[in-house]
Design a protein around this ligand. Structure first.
Ligand code: SF4
Length: 429
């Protein structure tokens, strides 16, 4: 599901560093992270639990709670573009949590603000009034298991109305009512369910309500942190398809956080992979899914079964993510990497080496041009038409196997195989 990407950058993160705790005991949860989110784009942020994905998202929205501390970097938002104007607070308030004001260069890296424009706002240094003007109006967030955040003693309609009244005080009661119904229908729920209470809705419907709430003020950016993780795979699929249709219709950009790289390959335009607080690969979704350049991305992809070809035992990634309080020397992935060589054990790899004229980058010593790259990390990226054909073949194979699995299940002779149960694409079809 790929949309047309506009070149306009809405959020530009440079040199972002986040610690948990202070002093020598501080855990470096995000280290020197750079990323850009463009208008209308779906940017996937992938990695195992504890890799720093959510911390990065909470930092740029200033939702990070103590002991989280932003120690360096900038996160510039291109400026108000959709909803109500900001409330007039001066741009660039006092430094927050020790972050440098104005996005000063961090760790020697130049901080460019050219791509987000002169009127951009540094989210890390913005004052609270300015942040209030941006949140929900311009940048909305759907948190993990956010469906449980609905107030159980208020109807859905009242909860929509509360949001609209708080952020659009001039909106009439009749218009609020009409807008609430429109929002509910936008996510596939009849407007007459506005009078329902959360306990009268299924988990999928409650999550849809949360997505509709996030879109209530027509934001230009929606940050979604594992928004469908608590739902069954069929409901996940439905919600993601609705979300992408809304993105195509309304044009908002999405930062979509997930541990599931194959899910991101379906919905994202580009993907950034994180490991142990660092960005380790960045590329178009098709490029990462079909031709990864970093051993960790390859390992994540090898943790899911192929949709075609013979069944095989999953390789997965050996070991566990590192303890951030006691990081391995050199490349933090080296104890788990099947390609480790001497340099990996002593020297941290450079931050995201540019591999293809700015279109993809990886942080790995295999990609610095001094050693032979293993063939599985040097595959050519298939052309879009070829990738589309492969995708269609995979979907057809998935449907065929799902049908076979259903037949087996219907006959009551055998439960679905582990392979069938684990197949992500098939499960969501
Ligand atoms: Fe593996 Fe070395 Fe690359 Fe790290 S730098 S991912 S250990 S090959």
């Amino acid at each position: 599901m790929s949309g047309v990407c506009s070149p306009e950058v809405l959020i530009e993160v440079r040199g972002l560093c986040v610690n948990y705790g202070l002093g020598d005991d501080a855990v470096r949860a995000v280290v020197d992270a750079d990323l850009e989110l463009r208008r209308g784009e779906v940017l996937g942020l992938a990695g195992e639990s504890g890799s720093g994905k959510s911390t990065l998202a909470y930092a740029i929205t200033r939702l990070l709670r103590p002991p989280g501390v932003i120690t360096a970097g900038s996160a510039r938002f291109a400026g108000p573009v959709s909803g109500a104007p900001l409330d007039g607070a001066p741009a660039g308030g006092a430094p927050v949590n020790g972050a440098p004001a104005g996005g000063a260069p961090v760790n020697g890296a130049p901080v460019s603000v050219a791509s987000v424009g002169a009127s951009s706002v540094n989210l890390l240094t913005a004052g609270q009034r300015e942040l209030r003007g941006l949140r929900w109006n311009e940048i909305a967030v759907v948190l993990q298991s956010s469906m449980n955040a609905l107030n159980p003693v208020l109807s859905i309609g009242t909860q929509f109305s509360d949001v609209l009244r708080a952020h659009r005080p001039d909106m009439s009661r009749a218009y609020r009512q009409a807008r609430s119904g429109e929002l509910l229908e936008m996510v596939g729920i009849p407007a007459d369910r506005l009078s329902s209470y959360p306990h009268e809705l299924s988990g999928g419907m409650r999550q849809r309500v949360m997505i509709a709430t996030a879109l209530a003020l027509d934001p230009s950016v929606v940050i979604m942190d594992e928004p469908t993780t608590a739902l069954d795979v069929v409901t996940q699929r439905e919600i993601l398809e609705e979300l992408m249709a809304l993105r195509d219709r309304l044009g908002f950009a999405v930062l979509f956080i997930s541990h599931d790289l194959s899910l991101l390959a379906e919905i994202a335009d580009s993907i950034t992979v994180m490991y142990a607080g660092r960005l380790v690969e960045r590329a178009g979704a098709n490029a990462i899914f079909r031709a990864p350049r970093h051993p960790y991305s390859l390992g994540l992809l090898s943790s899911f079964p192929s949709l075609h070809g013979p069944r095989r035992v999953m390789d997965g990634i050996p070991g566990s993510p590192p303890d951030l309080r006691n990081m391995p020397s050199g490349c933090s992935f080296h104890p788990r990497c099947g390609y480790t060589f001497d340099r990996c054990r002593t020297d941290p790899p450079p931050v995201l080496l540019d591999l293809e004229a700015g279109t993809r980058a990886a942080a790995c010593w295999l990609q610095d041009g001094r050693v032979a790259v293993p063939v599985e990390l040097a595959r050519p990226v298939p052309a879009p038409a070829e990738a589309e054909r492969a995708g269609a073949a995979e979907r057809a194979g998935a449907a065929e196997r799902a049908g076979a699995a259903e037949s087996v299940g219907a006959a009551g002779s055998e439960a679905p195989t582990e392979h069938a149960a684990a197949e992500p694409t098939r499960g969501r079809s």
